[in-house]
Every structure is written in C-alpha cells, then in structure tokens.
Design a protein around this ligand. Structure first.
Ligand code: PYC
Length: 328
C-alpha cells in the first residue's frame, strides 16, 4: 500500500476518516471477515490512517467495502487508534454524508453491512442522517463495582453495537473543563471492570464508559462523557452509546417507544434518539426499581449531522520510519 484516498468528516464534532480507495483488496469476504482479516494481516493500514502523524487519538477510521449481503448497498469496517469497532453511530452518519458528497447517494434509505449486522440509514432532505442501529439491550442493571480511589460505583451494562458501562457523574460535572478528571475516573472504572472479569453477556470487553450528567442545553435531556477504547473521549454524543442508553431507559420504562431523547455531548453537540421494541421481555412499568427488565431488545434510531472537512491522499513512503503511524 503506497497511498490511500480518504474523505474526512466530523459528526457533531467527532471525526471520521473514510478510506474510499487504495485499501487492501479483500473482495469475496463478508464485512465481518474483512474486519478479522484487517486485524490479522493489514493492521498497519489502520494505524497508518488514524494514528499520528497523519491522524490523532480522536479519529475514527472506516474502510468502505463491497457488501456480501445482497440487501446492502455498501459495507464498512470502523477502526480507531487501538483496534476495531463493531459498529459506530457517528461514523455511519459520517459515511452517509460522505457518500452523498461523492454523489453516490441522494436523499432516502441505504442499507449498510457492518461487522455486527445490517444497519439501515436515512439521508434526510435537510442533510441530517438517521441511523437505525442494530438491536440493543441492557444485560445488567444497577451493578456495584469497587473502583480503587473512588469507592463503589453503580451502573448498567448495555450493548449498542459496542459494550458500555453507563453511570452517573458521581458528583463530577460533565464539563470540558473536567476532561482530565472524567478520563481518570473512567479509566479507573474500566480497569476495575476488567480486573473483576465483568464483561458483556457475549463475553465481549466493556471497552466504552459512559457518564451522564445534567444537560447545559435547554433542548437536551442529558449530557454525557464517553471514554472510547483508545482513551480519547467522543466529541459527539456517541451513537452506539446513545443506543445503549435508550436500551436502559426502555428497560426501566422511563422512555416510551417513539418518544425522543436528546443527548448532549461534552462539547455541546446533540443527537436525537428514539426506539422501537423488537423483542425480549417487557419494559418495567414507570417508577419500578431497576434490576429487572433486562434484555428488552430495542431498535434504536439515532439522528445527527456530519460535515465534510477534507479530501486527501495519504502517502506511505517506504523510507518513512513512521509510515504505519507512531505506535506505542
Ligand atoms: O458514535 O458509536 C459511536 C462511536 C463509537 C466510538 C466513537 N463514536
């Protein structure tokens, strides 16, 4: 690989870098198999595209692929500074905005094959994008975790395409001025989950931490901080994180199907979320104590906006000692 053609965008502040040309030829594989193959034999492409000196810890990369499912029009594998993602909500919104920018998509619906399933997206006339994420659910409610230096932290474990531990701000304001403290707390919490062997119920690592506090915007229901696997925070309200949050609200009977939840991010950007129930147990009646009502499967709908920021050719000089990025 001597160069790749990329288009950069940001979705509510969170960057996505889509590789549209020049990546490894992996035709004939499913998108899930492409993710495995990239991790096994082409990981240098991931780190070269998203890590410094060409990228940064915040950049989420995406490889545009041929889908194997005949009902999908495109396939995509998302990756970051440390590895690969199952799904990415802000990245899918960025993908759709980029396909529109390339003239490959007009307003309407498109099916996207991701490593964890098929996702429908709608490009609206006003440029906003709705992503109908994969079925999401809460696997554990009100779990107590002893976090060294912080005491007992109570939160939920939920799946929204990635695994999340969701908790309240524990007295720490969800403000950009508190970024270092929020990051330290979330890293300690994630380490505590790992050391206690707490995982998603499919054995998946809980590699995203989501902390909720009071909104600052008058039109928002809540504000969040999301720690991503490579320790960057999500500048957007996090699409898979909002899916996990909707699953918890649904399981607790705190949000009705079709009711809109407005999630503000740490930088003040916003996603709108709502859900339909697709299976599993019934939601708890309003006001019931949590601890039950898990595994209610919902189909989340996340809406936000992405903007194109650059179109470029990334060059990988064989003489460059950092051609695959600056690695730990
Ligand atoms: O929007 O789902 C998301 C996401 C995951 C990691 C960064 N953004």
């Amino acid at each position: 690989m001597s160069s790749v053609h990329v288009i950069d965008s940001h979705t509510e502040g969170e960057p996505t870098r889509l590789v549209i040309d020049g990546g490894p030829d992996l035709t004939g594989l499913t998108v899930a198999e492409i993710r495995t193959e990239l991790a096994k034999n082409h990981d240098g492409m991931r780190s070269a595209v998203v890590c410094e000196p060409r990228g940064s810890d915040a950049v989420v990369g995406a490889l545009l692929c041929e889908p194997s499912d005949p009902s999908a029009q495109v396939g995509v594998v998302f990756f970051n500074n440390v590895g690969y993602l199952g799904m990415c909500g802000h990245g899918t919104i960025g993908l759709i905005a980029t396909l529109a920018h390339m003239g490959r998509l007009a307003a309407g619906d498109i099916m996207v094959e991701t490593p964890v399933g098929l996702v429908r997206a709608t490009l609206h006339d006003d440029g906003r994008v709705s992503v109908f994420n994969i079925p999401s659910y809460r696997s554990a409610a009100s779990l107590s975790v002893d976090v060294p230096g912080y005491g007992t932290v109570v939160g939920d474990v939920a799946y929204g395409g990635n695994w999340f531990f969701l908790t309240k701000d524990n007295g720490m304001e969800t403000d950009l001025a508190n970024l270092d403290a929020l990051t330290r707390f979330s890293v300690a919490l994630r380490n505590a989950l790992t050391s206690k062997g707490i995982k998603g119920d499919d054995g998946g690592e809980i590699d995203h931490i989501e902390i909720f506090g009071a909104p600052k915007r008058a039109d928002a229901d809540s504000r969040n901080f999301v720690l991503c696997p490579g320790l960057a925070y999500d500048r957007s309200p996090c699409g898979t994180g909002l899916s996990a949050k909707l699953a918890c609200l649904a399981a607790d009977g705190k949000l009705a199907p079709g009711q809109v939840w407005r999630q503000e991010s740490l930088i003040g950007s916003l996603f709108e979320g709502q859900f339909q129930v697709v299976g599993g147990c019934d939601p708890l009646p309003q006001g019931s104590p949590s601890g039950k009502g898990n595994h209610l499967r919902i189909l989340p709908q996340i809406t936000g906006r992405a903007f194109i920021t650059a179109e470029s050719k990334l060059i990988f000089d064989p003489e460059d000692p950092f051609r695959n990025g600056i690695l730990p």
